[in-house]
Design a binder for this molecule. Structure first.
Ligand code: SF4
Length: 297
C-alpha cells in the first residue's frame, strides 16, 4: 500500500515538473528546425519574425521563463504498461493534482473555464481537464507521460472534413491546403501541421493531435504516408503565408501525418495545427517510481 502511495506521488511530481518544463524549455529538434527555417527564409519580414522567435527563446532560457504567455490547455499522452502499479483512474488524479500544483507553485496563468459560463474553473483544471490520451501496453510495467500544453491560437485552427472516397488523396491534400491557407497567421506559424486520416471523425482528429506531438520532422513509418508528409510540406511552403502570416518561404516547419484504416465509404481528414512554440516534455517512469525526464521524446 505504501508503495502505491509513493507511485501516485511520483506521478503527481512528474506532472508538476513536466507542465512547467515543457512551457520553458523547448526541445532541441524544435530549436534546430527554427534555426534551419531562419537560415532558408528569404523574405525580410519572415526573417525578422524568425529572428524575434530565436531571441524570444534565448531570453526565456536566460531568465528561466516561459517561451509564450499562453500556458495552454494541459494535454497528456500516457502509455501505461499492464504491470504498472497504479490504476489509470489514480494516474488521472495524479496528473490533475500535478497540473494544479504547477499552476499554483510557479505560478502559471490559469486558462481553464466552464465552456458555457466562461467562469474560470481553477488552476488549469476543470471538468475533464486536463485532457489525457491513453495507450495500454502489454508485457511492460512502466509508464510514459508526455505533456503537450496546447496554445489556443493554434488549437483554434483545427479542422475536420469527411471527404468521400472518390476525393482520394487529392481531396486530402486540397483540404489540408485550404485549412492552412484559411488559417493564415492566426496559429503563429511556422509550426507543425498535424494531419489525421482514416478511422472515424473523432479518431481522425485524435490522430492529427497525436501527429503534432511527435518530434519535429520525424517521418511516418509507412512510406506512402511519409511521401504524403513530404508532398504536403512542399505544398504548404509554396503558399507564401510565411512566419506569422507576414509572407515568406517557411509556413510550416513540418507536416506529420498519422493514419488508421477506415470504412470503405469513409475518408475522414483532420488538421490540428501546432504553433512555433511546439512545447512538449516527457517522463519515463519505472514500476518503483524512478523517473527519467526526456526533452526529446
Ligand atoms: S498559438 Fe502558440 S505561440 Fe501563439 S500565442 Fe498561443 S501558445 Fe503562443
Amino acid at each position: 500500500m505504501a508503495v502505491a502511495v509513493d507511485i501516485r506521488k511520483a506521478v503527481e511530481d512528474a506532472a508538476a515538473h513536466l507542465y512547467v518544463w515543457a512551457l520553458k524549455d523547448i526541445p532541441q529538434d524544435l530549436r534546430d528546425a527554427i534555426s534551419e527555417a531562419r537560415g532558408r527564409e528569404t523574405s525580410v519580414p519572415g526573417r525578422r519574425v524568425l529572428d524575434t522567435i530565436v531571441k524570444n527563446v534565448e531570453i526565456a532560457d536566460g531568465n528561466g521563463n516561459l517561451v509564450c504567455q499562453d500556458t495552454g490547455i494541459a494535454v497528456y499522452y500516457c502509455r501505461v504498461g499492464e504491470g504498472f502499479p497504479l490504476h489509470p483512474a489514480r494516474i488521472y488524479e495524479a496528473l490533475r493534482a500535478g497540473t494544479e500544483r504547477a499552476t499554483v507553485e510557479h505560478p502559471l496563468r490559469s486558462n481553464t473555464v466552464h465552456t458555457l459560463t466562461r467562469e474560470n474553473t481553477g488552476q488549469n483544471v476543470g471538468y475533464r481537464v486536463p485532457i489525457v490520451h491513453w495507450e495500454f501496453v502489454p508485457d511492460w510495467d512502466g509508464l510514459d507521460v508526455k505533456c503537450v500544453p496546447k496554445g489556443s491560437g493554434s488549437e483554434n485552427m483545427s479542422f475536420l472534413k469527411m471527404c468521400v472516397p472518390a476525393d482520394g488523396v487529392k481531396g486530402i491534400k486540397r483540404f489540408v491546403l485550404d485549412s492552412i491557407v484559411g488559417a493564415g497567421g492566426k496559429p503563429c506559424p511556422p509550426g507543425i501541421v498535424g494531419v489525421g486520416i482514416g478511422g472515424s471523425a473523432d479518431y481522425a482528429m485524435h490522430l492529427a493531435k497525436e501527429a503534432i506531438a511527435r518530434p519535429v520532422g520525424t517521418r511516418n513509418e509507412d512510406p506512402l504516408v511519409a511521401q504524403l508528409e513530404d508532398e504536403l510540406l512542399e505544398l504548404l511552403n509554396e503558399t507564401g503565408i510565411g512566419p506569422m502570416g507576414l509572407g515568406g518561404d517557411v509556413t510550416a516547419l513540418a507536416v506529420h501525418v498519422e493514419h488508421a484504416d477506415t470504412h470503405m465509404t469513409l475518408n475522414p481528414v483532420a488538421v490540428n495545427y501546432q504553433c512555433w512554440a511546439a512545447r512538449r516534455a516527457t517522463a519515463h517512469m519505472s514500476a518503483d517510481g524512478t523517473t527519467d525526464f526526456d526533452r526529446e521524446a
